[in-house]
Design a protein around this ligand. Structure first.
Ligand SMILES: [Cu+2]
Length: 506
């Protein structure tokens, strides 16, 4: 069935169920499942049961147009503060976050708390879990943050993630087992907004082949200008199975700064630092290494793994890794290379005097050992109990660069309909999603409200890289009722339609 006739069929089926008058249709087709809605009482009840403290951590976030300084480059963007990264939110697992979000943007917005097994009505997906927050309005997100780890928050409306509307969210473990002297958040971003154009210009170029129209003089859309401004035409990555991405950006940032004026982390030789690395990019995988150091990777997407030694890590959009490092004596480049894009983001780690390394300093570790999520194992304590899969979902990833369309099973997501690309599960089931990538590109696939486990005892994650023409099996327990988006975390693929939802049946 094509998209239109499928939608018509679903509407017809819903009407038949409601009216109850079409006995013939009902008798000859299986009963239509009914689904939980975000307003149902079990969603608030689960949240209350998860609280391990009476603490409520307040946070005020004001989304608005602002000019930020990227380190000598000004960008007119939409952000939560006066810098390109939103404020770091910190609380302890089991505490309640109360985030008051004021929308000062000219369009609607919502905030999603990425990776958190949050109560469904606070998940921040327009139409699926709430109406957009209208311009001038305020919405209060209030929910228990149940699990420790490195997470982040971002707008889930349109292409707003590709602006400044994101920030780190760190949930501390009340029983933290690791010992370290420093904790450094490394928040990675690809950036063009308000410097050379907007994400809408990029999307227009990807879908029509024509750039510009943003009104930014001399930058894009000049009549007769040859070749694409943003489309990545020559970026390859062996680790990602070929194609690196769709878009080349003018800037890549660590904590909102360009390499010409990098952020600096300071310590003493011999100190141990915990890196909390977040890829908040829209279309860039980052390869991260600290020159002259070995990493000990301890967490994937917030969940503990059996520690793995690494020279570098590759993060798809939405992924996070935590790593411990024992600091040498000197000044070192902490590099996030934009995979396949011949550019990098940079921070400096300093434990002594000396010149800071140049932005293009060679870093041998970038080509060293790079474990991927499927090489990692969850710790015994966090492993899903062994049991039979009771619900198998095949999610086929489809689409192409030309024409620029991305979809699920050939059907682009319709953001106005909760029925679009909807799959059902029931509470208590062990669900296996097989992500089947039929395309020539890699996709970082993200499921809301749950963490799945790769293979038998692989890493627990909420976002997983699915390589071209490959299938990735991920298991989770259906223990968080609601309507949960799943989508590619490439912003342009998501906006084009590589998205759907998993809904709990009643
Ligand atoms: Cu994708």
């Amino acid at each position: 069935m094509d998209a239109v006739s499928r939608r018509v069929f679903l509407k017809y089926a819903a009407a038949a169920t409601v009216s109850g008058g079409l006995a013939v249709a009902c008798a000859s087709s299986p009963p239509q499942p009914r689904f939980i809605t975000p307003a149902d009482p079990e969603i608030a009840a689960r949240d209350r049961a998860l609280a391990r403290s009476t603490a409520v951590v307040p946070m005020a976030l004001s989304a608005r147009p602002v000019t930020v300084d990227l380190g000598g480059v000004a960008a007119n963007t939409w952000a939560f503060g006066d810098v390109a990264v939103g404020p770091e939110i910190r609380l302890k697992a089991g505490e309640r976050l109360r985030a008051e979000v004021a929308n000062g943007l000219p369009v609607g917005t919502t905030i999603h708390w990425h990776g958190i097994a949050i109560r469904n009505d606070m998940d921040g997906v327009p139409v699926l879990t709430q109406p957009p927050i209208a311009p001038g309005q305020t919405f209060v997100y209030e929910a228990v943050m149940p699990d420790p780890g490195t997470y982040w928050y971002h707008s889930h409306s349109g292409l707003q993630l590709d602006r400044g509307l994101s920030g780190p969210l760190i949930i501390e473990d009340p029983n933290e087992g690791l010992r370290y002297d420093h904790e450094w958040t490394v928040f990675l971003k690809d950036w063009m907004d308000g410097a050379t154009g907007t994400p809408d210009d990029v999307y227009r170029e990807l879908t029509t082949g024509m750039g510009g129209m943003s009104g930014m003089p001399g930058m894009s859309g000049m009549p007769g200008m040859a070749g694409p401004q943003y489309m990545l035409t020559d970026g390859t990555s062996a680790l990602l199975g070929g194609d690196a991405g769709d878009v080349k950006y003018p800037y890549y940032l660590v904590n909102g700064r360009i390499p010409a004026d990098p952020p600096q982390f300071a310590g003493k030789p011999g100190d141990r630092a915990r890196l909390r690395i977040v890829n908040a990019g829209a279309d860039t995988a980052f390869r991260v290494a600290l020159g002259g150091h070995e990493l000990t990777v301890t967490h994937a997407d917030g969940y503990p793994i059996e520690p793995v030694r690494a020279d570098a890590l590759l993060l798809g959009m939405g992924e996070r890794y935590d790593a411990l490092v024992t600091l040498e004596d000197g000044v070192f480049p902490l590099v996030a290379s934009a995979e396949g894009k011949n550019a990098r983001a940079l921070a400096i780690v300093r434990t002594g005097p000396g010149e800071r390394p140049p932005p293009d300093a060679p870093v041998a570790e970038l080509d060293g050992r790079i474990p991927m999520a499927w090489d990692m194992s969850v710790t015994e304590a966090d492993r899903l109990p062994r049991r039979e899969v009771t619900r198998a979902l095949d999610i086929r990833l489809t689409g192409s660069m030309s024409p620029y369309t991305w979809s699920i099973d050939g059907i682009p997501f319709d953001p106005s309909s909760v029925e679009s690309n909807r799959l059902g599960v029931r509470s208590g089931e062990r669900v296996r999603i097989s992500w089947r990538n039929d395309t020539d590109m890699w996709h970082p696939m993200h499921l809301h409200g749950h963490t799945f486990q790769l293979a038998e005892s692989g890493a627990r994650k909420d976002t997983v890289i699915v390589l071209p023409k490959a299938t990735m099996a991920t298991d989770f327990d259906a223990d968080n009722p609601g309507v949960w988006a799943y989508h590619c975390h490439n912003s342009f693929h998501q906006d084009s339609g590589m998205m759907g939802n998993i809904s709990y049946e009643i």
